[in-house]
Design a protein around this ligand. Structure first.
Ligand code: URA
Length: 237
Protein backbone atom coordinates (compact mmCIF):
# COMPACT_ATOMS: atom_id res chain seq x y z
CA UNK A 1 0.00 0.00 0.00
CA UNK A 2 1.29 3.48 -0.79
CA UNK A 3 2.18 5.52 2.30
CA UNK A 4 -0.21 8.31 1.26
CA UNK A 5 -3.14 5.84 1.14
CA UNK A 6 -2.18 4.33 4.49
CA UNK A 7 -1.97 7.68 6.22
CA UNK A 8 -5.12 9.03 4.62
CA UNK A 9 -7.04 5.90 5.63
CA UNK A 10 -5.92 6.12 9.26
CA UNK A 11 -5.92 9.93 9.70
CA UNK A 12 -8.64 11.18 7.33
CA UNK A 13 -6.49 14.23 6.54
CA UNK A 14 -6.69 16.57 3.54
CA UNK A 15 -4.13 16.36 0.76
CA UNK A 16 -2.54 19.60 2.01
CA UNK A 17 -2.27 18.27 5.56
CA UNK A 18 -0.83 15.02 4.23
CA UNK A 19 1.96 16.88 2.44
CA UNK A 20 2.65 18.88 5.62
CA UNK A 21 2.97 15.65 7.64
CA UNK A 22 5.62 14.38 5.19
CA UNK A 23 7.39 17.77 4.97
CA UNK A 24 7.68 17.84 8.78
CA UNK A 25 9.39 14.44 8.67
CA UNK A 26 6.74 12.77 10.83
CA UNK A 27 6.65 9.59 8.74
CA UNK A 28 9.34 6.98 9.22
CA UNK A 29 9.97 3.65 7.52
CA UNK A 30 12.36 1.31 9.33
CA UNK A 31 13.42 4.21 11.51
CA UNK A 32 14.33 6.54 8.63
CA UNK A 33 12.35 9.69 7.78
CA UNK A 34 10.44 8.97 4.56
CA UNK A 35 9.46 11.87 2.30
CA UNK A 36 8.25 9.81 -0.66
CA UNK A 37 4.48 9.78 -0.23
CA UNK A 38 4.10 7.06 -2.89
CA UNK A 39 6.47 4.59 -1.23
CA UNK A 40 4.94 1.13 -1.22
CA UNK A 41 4.96 -0.41 2.24
CA UNK A 42 3.64 -3.43 4.10
CA UNK A 43 3.83 -3.68 7.87
CA UNK A 44 4.90 -7.34 7.52
CA UNK A 45 8.04 -6.09 5.80
CA UNK A 46 8.53 -2.53 7.06
CA UNK A 47 8.19 -0.76 10.39
CA UNK A 48 5.97 2.21 9.54
CA UNK A 49 5.36 5.04 11.98
CA UNK A 50 3.57 8.37 12.03
CA UNK A 51 4.64 10.67 14.82
CA UNK A 52 6.17 7.64 16.59
CA UNK A 53 2.89 5.68 16.42
CA UNK A 54 3.15 2.36 14.55
CA UNK A 55 0.84 1.86 11.57
CA UNK A 56 -0.27 -1.48 10.17
CA UNK A 57 -1.39 -2.46 6.69
CA UNK A 58 -3.84 -5.24 5.86
CA UNK A 59 -2.88 -6.27 2.35
CA UNK A 60 -3.74 -9.73 1.04
CA UNK A 61 -1.43 -11.86 -1.11
CA UNK A 62 -2.61 -15.18 -2.50
CA UNK A 63 -0.86 -17.75 -4.68
CA UNK A 64 -3.35 -19.68 -6.82
CA UNK A 65 -2.70 -22.83 -8.83
CA UNK A 66 -5.04 -21.78 -11.64
CA UNK A 67 -6.96 -24.63 -13.26
CA UNK A 68 -7.77 -24.89 -16.96
CA UNK A 69 -11.12 -23.51 -18.07
CA UNK A 70 -10.90 -20.48 -15.77
CA UNK A 71 -10.35 -16.99 -17.16
CA UNK A 72 -8.06 -14.35 -15.72
CA UNK A 73 -10.63 -11.57 -15.70
CA UNK A 74 -12.78 -9.65 -13.25
CA UNK A 75 -15.93 -11.12 -14.73
CA UNK A 76 -16.94 -13.23 -17.70
CA UNK A 77 -20.29 -14.09 -19.23
CA UNK A 78 -19.27 -17.63 -20.16
CA UNK A 79 -16.50 -18.98 -17.93
CA UNK A 80 -15.64 -18.94 -14.22
CA UNK A 81 -12.97 -16.40 -13.32
CA UNK A 82 -9.93 -16.77 -11.08
CA UNK A 83 -11.91 -15.00 -8.36
CA UNK A 84 -14.42 -17.86 -8.41
CA UNK A 85 -11.55 -20.09 -7.19
CA UNK A 86 -11.53 -18.13 -3.89
CA UNK A 87 -13.83 -18.52 -0.89
CA UNK A 88 -16.28 -15.63 -0.58
CA UNK A 89 -14.49 -14.41 2.59
CA UNK A 90 -11.20 -14.12 0.73
CA UNK A 91 -12.60 -12.04 -2.14
CA UNK A 92 -12.68 -8.27 -2.06
CA UNK A 93 -12.93 -5.46 -4.59
CA UNK A 94 -9.30 -4.42 -4.18
CA UNK A 95 -7.98 -7.88 -5.11
CA UNK A 96 -6.15 -7.89 -8.45
CA UNK A 97 -4.47 -10.62 -10.48
CA UNK A 98 -0.85 -9.93 -11.39
CA UNK A 99 -0.63 -10.65 -15.12
CA UNK A 100 -2.87 -12.99 -17.05
CA UNK A 101 -2.82 -16.68 -17.87
CA UNK A 102 -4.84 -17.90 -20.87
CA UNK A 103 -8.02 -19.84 -20.17
CA UNK A 104 -6.38 -23.21 -20.92
CA UNK A 105 -3.11 -22.40 -19.11
CA UNK A 106 -2.64 -23.83 -15.65
CA UNK A 107 -0.39 -22.78 -12.83
CA UNK A 108 0.94 -20.02 -10.64
CA UNK A 109 -1.04 -16.80 -10.43
CA UNK A 110 -0.44 -14.13 -7.81
CA UNK A 111 -3.44 -12.19 -6.53
CA UNK A 112 -3.04 -9.19 -4.25
CA UNK A 113 -4.78 -6.11 -2.90
CA UNK A 114 -1.45 -4.29 -3.15
CA UNK A 115 -2.15 -2.50 -6.42
CA UNK A 116 1.22 -0.75 -6.47
CA UNK A 117 3.09 -4.05 -6.17
CA UNK A 118 0.89 -5.63 -8.87
CA UNK A 119 1.68 -2.71 -11.18
CA UNK A 120 5.41 -2.74 -10.47
CA UNK A 121 5.77 -6.50 -10.98
CA UNK A 122 4.36 -6.09 -14.49
CA UNK A 123 6.67 -3.28 -15.60
CA UNK A 124 9.00 -4.48 -18.38
CA UNK A 125 12.03 -2.81 -16.74
CA UNK A 126 11.58 -5.05 -13.67
CA UNK A 127 12.38 -8.08 -15.86
CA UNK A 128 10.39 -10.44 -13.64
CA UNK A 129 11.16 -14.01 -14.78
CA UNK A 130 8.35 -16.47 -15.44
CA UNK A 131 9.01 -20.14 -16.08
CA UNK A 132 6.54 -22.37 -17.92
CA UNK A 133 6.41 -26.09 -18.41
CA UNK A 134 5.33 -26.74 -21.97
CA UNK A 135 4.01 -29.85 -23.71
CA UNK A 136 4.47 -29.66 -27.50
CA UNK A 137 2.79 -31.45 -30.40
CA UNK A 138 5.96 -31.31 -32.52
CA UNK A 139 9.17 -32.11 -30.63
CA UNK A 140 11.63 -29.31 -29.83
CA UNK A 141 15.17 -29.56 -31.22
CA UNK A 142 18.57 -28.54 -29.83
CA UNK A 143 18.63 -25.69 -32.39
CA UNK A 144 15.55 -24.19 -30.70
CA UNK A 145 17.65 -23.46 -27.61
CA UNK A 146 19.79 -21.03 -29.65
CA UNK A 147 16.75 -19.60 -31.45
CA UNK A 148 15.11 -18.79 -28.11
CA UNK A 149 18.38 -17.40 -26.75
CA UNK A 150 18.81 -15.12 -29.77
CA UNK A 151 15.25 -13.81 -29.35
CA UNK A 152 12.28 -15.17 -31.25
CA UNK A 153 10.51 -13.05 -33.85
CA UNK A 154 6.77 -13.74 -34.07
CA UNK A 155 5.22 -14.45 -37.46
CA UNK A 156 3.84 -10.84 -37.39
CA UNK A 157 7.37 -9.41 -36.96
CA UNK A 158 7.18 -8.67 -33.19
CA UNK A 159 10.57 -9.28 -31.56
CA UNK A 160 10.97 -11.02 -28.20
CA UNK A 161 13.84 -10.74 -25.79
CA UNK A 162 16.20 -13.60 -25.17
CA UNK A 163 14.54 -16.58 -23.47
CA UNK A 164 15.92 -19.72 -21.89
CA UNK A 165 14.69 -23.01 -23.32
CA UNK A 166 15.43 -26.28 -21.51
CA UNK A 167 14.68 -29.64 -23.11
CA UNK A 168 13.42 -32.11 -20.52
CA UNK A 169 14.00 -35.88 -20.48
CA UNK A 170 15.24 -37.61 -23.62
CA UNK A 171 14.55 -37.09 -27.35
CA UNK A 172 12.04 -36.58 -28.88
CA UNK A 173 11.57 -33.49 -26.71
CA UNK A 174 7.83 -32.91 -26.39
CA UNK A 175 8.19 -31.66 -22.81
CA UNK A 176 10.27 -28.52 -22.26
CA UNK A 177 10.66 -25.54 -19.96
CA UNK A 178 10.94 -21.94 -21.00
CA UNK A 179 11.80 -18.84 -18.97
CA UNK A 180 10.82 -15.40 -20.23
CA UNK A 181 11.04 -11.94 -18.72
CA UNK A 182 8.26 -10.29 -20.68
CA UNK A 183 4.51 -10.70 -20.81
CA UNK A 184 3.35 -10.35 -24.40
CA UNK A 185 -0.12 -11.61 -25.31
CA UNK A 186 0.00 -15.43 -25.80
CA UNK A 187 3.77 -15.08 -25.70
CA UNK A 188 4.85 -18.67 -25.08
CA UNK A 189 2.42 -20.16 -27.60
CA UNK A 190 3.48 -17.64 -30.25
CA UNK A 191 7.19 -18.23 -29.58
CA UNK A 192 6.79 -21.94 -30.23
CA UNK A 193 4.55 -21.35 -33.25
CA UNK A 194 7.33 -19.19 -34.68
CA UNK A 195 9.62 -22.25 -34.67
CA UNK A 196 6.87 -24.49 -36.07
CA UNK A 197 5.66 -26.15 -32.87
CA UNK A 198 2.18 -26.14 -31.40
CA UNK A 199 1.78 -25.83 -27.63
CA UNK A 200 -0.65 -28.46 -26.35
CA UNK A 201 -0.37 -27.79 -22.60
CA UNK A 202 1.07 -24.89 -20.68
CA UNK A 203 1.70 -24.52 -16.97
CA UNK A 204 3.38 -21.62 -15.18
CA UNK A 205 5.63 -22.86 -12.39
CA UNK A 206 7.43 -19.69 -11.27
CA UNK A 207 6.67 -16.00 -11.13
CA UNK A 208 9.64 -13.88 -10.04
CA UNK A 209 10.81 -15.32 -6.70
CA UNK A 210 7.59 -17.36 -6.23
CA UNK A 211 7.60 -21.08 -7.02
CA UNK A 212 4.61 -23.37 -7.41
CA UNK A 213 5.27 -26.38 -5.22
CA UNK A 214 3.59 -29.81 -5.16
CA UNK A 215 1.60 -28.99 -2.03
CA UNK A 216 -0.78 -26.67 -3.89
CA UNK A 217 -3.16 -28.82 -5.94
CA UNK A 218 -4.73 -27.48 -9.13
CA UNK A 219 -7.54 -25.08 -8.19
CA UNK A 220 -6.19 -24.48 -4.68
CA UNK A 221 -4.79 -21.27 -3.27
CA UNK A 222 -3.23 -20.02 -0.05
CA UNK A 223 -1.85 -16.86 1.48
CA UNK A 224 1.81 -16.15 0.75
CA UNK A 225 4.07 -17.11 3.61
CA UNK A 226 6.14 -14.38 5.25
CA UNK A 227 9.25 -15.86 3.55
CA UNK A 228 7.58 -15.55 0.14
CA UNK A 229 6.54 -11.99 0.91
CA UNK A 230 10.10 -11.17 1.94
CA UNK A 231 11.31 -12.47 -1.41
CA UNK A 232 8.98 -9.92 -3.05
CA UNK A 233 10.43 -7.07 -0.97
CA UNK A 234 12.89 -5.91 -3.69
CA UNK A 235 9.85 -5.10 -5.85
CA UNK A 236 8.44 -2.69 -3.25
CA UNK A 237 9.53 0.82 -4.24
N1 URA B 1 2.06 -17.43 -22.75
C1 URA B 1 0.96 -17.95 -23.32
O1 URA B 1 0.94 -18.20 -24.51
N2 URA B 1 -0.13 -18.16 -22.55
C2 URA B 1 -0.15 -17.92 -21.22
O2 URA B 1 -1.16 -18.16 -20.57
C3 URA B 1 1.01 -17.39 -20.62
C4 URA B 1 2.10 -17.16 -21.41
Amino acid sequence: MRLEELIQSTQKVSRKELKRIFAKGLVRVDGQIERNISRNVDSNLHQISLNQRLLTTKERYYILNKPKGVVTANKDAQYPTVFDCLHANDRCNQLKFVGRLDRQTEGLLLLTTNGQLAYDLLQPNQKVSKTYEVWLKEAAEYADIDRFKAGITFLDGTKCQSAQLTLLGTAPFHHVQVTIQEGKFHQVKKMFLSVGKKVEELKRITFGPLVLDDTLAVGQYRRLTIEELQRLKPYFR
